[in-house]
Every structure is written in structure tokens, then in C-alpha cells.
Design a protein around this ligand. Structure first.
Ligand code: UDP
Length: 254
């Protein structure tokens, strides 16, 4: 069920995206935190939409997420084919906006994911940037080890639930993180959970973000590809998405 949705969602390849501005997304989160409800935010891109075709858990995550924002020019183009406008909202920008909001409102924030030490560095950077940010926990994202050193996934879920975060940021690989949040959201005890992919690596300074002009030109993906050439294999789905989207122009009523 779509809660708080005032404008009709835009259907893309059988899934959907919310035509919200960044400001409206923050408003939506505010009402969920204050209403004590649980909200999952998805930051959609073409590779996620394609992955959802073959992954029922991810498809379900898309269908039940209360807020799906467009984090890619590919999604903007697909919406434009239906005569709809979508603002591109980068996950990392929305995360920062929400941290600013959290600092002002005393919300409890938890950072889960990335390599050991990165979530802690991310918290340090964001506390310096948004004084008063109430970080109630951090943990790295490599918790599946069979050794006795790393806590199990179950331990981590319990730790998060005990910390009762208002905002839970999950920096695991995309789109695994979104299926993971969906699968565990009933037990995470977080009011809002959002997958943020590699954002901790950028905020903590381990990876650079694309310069503003590249972001404005919709080329952030190219910058990441140059920094991490191993991503090329994952991006092979992009032409498939474009072909499917442009090949099957949906009607305005879908
Ligand atoms: N990561 C993790 N646990 C894992 C594998 C990856 O926490 O088992 C982290 C990784 O360190 C990175 C984040 O997940 O900070 C996002 O991974 P990646 O860059 O591969 O995905 P994307 O940015 O495309 O979502």
C-alpha cells in the first residue's frame, strides 16, 4: 500500500517510482518518523529494475516500499516517455539531507555496512558536518563470516533493533541491500530504512564523488566506472534496459 502518496506513481517495467522532489521526500520521511511507522526508501536505477525481473524478493521490496525515488537519468528518461517528469534524487544527497534533518530533530541514526571502520568514519564526518547528530550505532557490512570473530547477521539485526533507530542507512551492495531491508524490516525496529550502496565509502573519503558538472550531465555512473573499472560487467544491463524501455513505450495510463 502506498502511504502518504499524493501524486500518482510512475510505472516503469511493472514497478514504480514516486514523482517527488527531494524536499517532498524529506517531508515524507518526517511524517513517518513522527508517526512511528516503518518506511523503506528505495533509490531506483535501471540495473535494480532489471534485477527485480529475476528476483522476487527485490520485486516485492519495490512493491511494498513506501518511497521509491529516481536515482538515475535512465529512470528519468523512462518516465519522460510517458510524459511524466521525475527529479533525480541521489541516494547520497538524500542521506545527507536526512542526516541534517535528524541532527535538528534529535532522531536516532544507525549506519550499517561497508568495510570495517568505514561506518564509524562516516558517522564521524557526518557528526562534524551536522552537529548534534545522534548516532546510536554503527557496524560494518561483512557479517556473514563463518569465523567466530564477526557477529552473525542475526546478531546485527538484534543490535539494530535494540538501538531503535529512527533512520537506518544500509550500505551493502545494490540491489542486495534493498532485498535485505525488505526481508528483515519487521525485525529491524527502524522507522525508516534506506539502502545507500557505496555512499559510506564516499562520505568517509575512501572514494571520490563525480564532479558537479558530471552529475549535472547524468554521467555519475561514468565517473564511478573510471574509478572502479570492475563495475563494467554489472553495467552490461544498461543497454537492455534502454532497449526494453524505448522498445515498449508504455501508455500514459499504466
Ligand atoms: N559491502 C558490504 N558487505 C559485503 C559486500 C560489500 O558491506 O559483503 C559494501 C562495500 O564495502 C561498499 C558497499 O557495500 O561500501 C556497496 O558496494 P558496491 O560498491 O559493490 O555496490 P553499489 O555501490 O553498486 O551499491
Amino acid at each position: 500500500m502506498v502511504k502518504n502518496a499524493s501524486v500518482k506513481r510512475i510505472a516503469i517495467s511493472g514497478l514504480w517510482v514516486d514523482p517527488v522532489t527531494e524536499e517532498e521526500a524529506v517531508d515524507r520521511v518526517r511524517s513517518f518518523v513522527e508517526g512511528g511507522e516503518c518506511l523503506q526508501i528505495l533509490t531506483a536505477n535501471p540495473l535494480m529494475i532489471l534485477a527485480a525481473e529475476k528476483d522476487d524478493g527485490l520485486k516485492e521490496a519495490f512493491r511494498s516500499a513506501e518511497l521509491v525515488v529516481a536515482d538515475s537519468v535512465g529512470i528519468q528518461w523512462a518516465a519522460r516517455l510517458q510524459g511524466r517528469r521525475l527529479e533525480k534524487i541521489s541516494g547520497i544527497d538524500l542521506m545527507e539531507r536526512l542526516c541534517a534533518e535528524a541532527a535538528g530533530r534529535g532522531w536516532r541514526v544507525y549506519f550499517l555496512g561497508a568495510a570495517p571502520g568505514v561506518a564509524e568514519d562516516t558517522a564521524r564526518v557526518l557528526i562534524a558536518r551536522y552537529p548534534g547528530l545522534n548516532v546510536v550505532g554503527t557496524h560494518h557490512g561483512y557479517f556473514k563470516g563463518k569465523d567466530n570473530v564477526h557477529p552473525s547477521e542475526e546478531d546485527i539485526i538484534q543490535r539494530i533493533a535494540q538501538a531503535k533507530p529512527d533512520l537506518l542507512f544500509v550500505a551493502l551492495p545494490t540491489p542486495f541491500q534493498d532485498g535485505w531491508i525488505h526481508k528483515n524490516r519487521a525485525r529491524l525496529n527502524a522507522k525508516v530504512a534506506m539502502g545507500v550502496g557505496g555512499s559510506f565509502d564516499v562520505i568517509s573519503g575512501r572514494l571520490r564523488r563525480a564532479p558537479v558538472w558530471m552529475r549535472a550531465a547524468g554521467l555519475e555512473w561514468l565517473f564511478r566506472l573510471i574509478q572502479e573499472p570492475q563495475r563494467a560487467y554489472r553495467m552490461r544491463g544498461l543497454p537492455v534496459f534502454l532497449f526494453k524501455t524505448f522498445g515498449a513505450r508504455p501508455s500514459k495510463n499504466t
